[in-house]
Ligand binder design. Sequence first.
Ligand code: NAP
Length: 276
Amino acid sequence: MKTLLMKGKPVADAYREIISAKIAAARAKGVKVTLAIIVVGDDPASHVYKDRLVKLVESLGGEAKVLELPETATQDEVIAMIKRLNHNRYVTGILPMMPMPKHIDGDAVGAVITTSKDVDCLNPKSVGEVFLGRSRWAPCTPRACMATLAHYGIELKGKNVVVVGRSNVVGKPVALLLLQEHATVTVCHSKTKDLAGILKTADVIVAAVGVPAFIKPEMVKKGVVIVDVGINAVAGGLVGDVDPAVADKAGAFTPVPGGIGVVSNMMVMDMLSRNL
Ligand code: NAP
């Protein structure tokens, strides 16, 4: 059996073509696409992510407006900034980098982003829309999982899908999106009993655990489709939540790096161009 390597780049490239054409058509009519990125403090990962997004949005013909606040900024200051951006008609998307410094409640910040500019589904109203089956505003990483599965022609209807992880940003929303595609979904977490037994029943596994190489070959059945959301920094570089040895048993799998992460960033751009 040949294993299908579900790389992120071809998925992102397909979206790139559509998004840049939309942005170019809008520009021709005098409409600009501008992503406001808010970074509070000096978290290195946030700055790396911000730089990547700036490059990406510019490469698609859009613009980025980076707003940096010091680590000492208050929650009220961040919220006031977002409220101003909500009313700024030149700003089409708003993305605050998470996590915020400890004294700032990221949920409270996300909740003030107006839904039409909420590119990563941080406002509870956007989350509610996803719950009701209107996936238009789902967060970027779950949408990246779905886009990847669709791109590689993975059938979900009636399939047993096991999601490992129940975070608000990945596990829970991806479970809802899978349900909308008529999969039978099981969500596992740190208190799940007999995880290996449940994983053995899975036709598709979505791993969003945050533990390097957590899912081992003996935990999965032959031919399983693996979507590895995990991005874990280890001594040798970046690894996913699934042991690379699982690839030998899998029917299809996403690599780390070069898998879901690549598509996630493009999903931010997809959201940004949604209203064009
Ligand atoms: P998170 O908020 O830390 O959630 C991790 C989830 O895994 C929790 O629900 C937790 O269960 C569960 N878990 C932890 N240990 C477990 C165990 N031993 N057995 C079963 N379940 C366990 O993480 P996250 O934000 O969802 O991110 C997950 C991974 O995806 C991370 O590696 C992160 O870096 C990566 N990520 C990637 C992208 C991307 O674009 N590719 C985007 C976001 C995140 P409890 O709820 O019981 O604690």
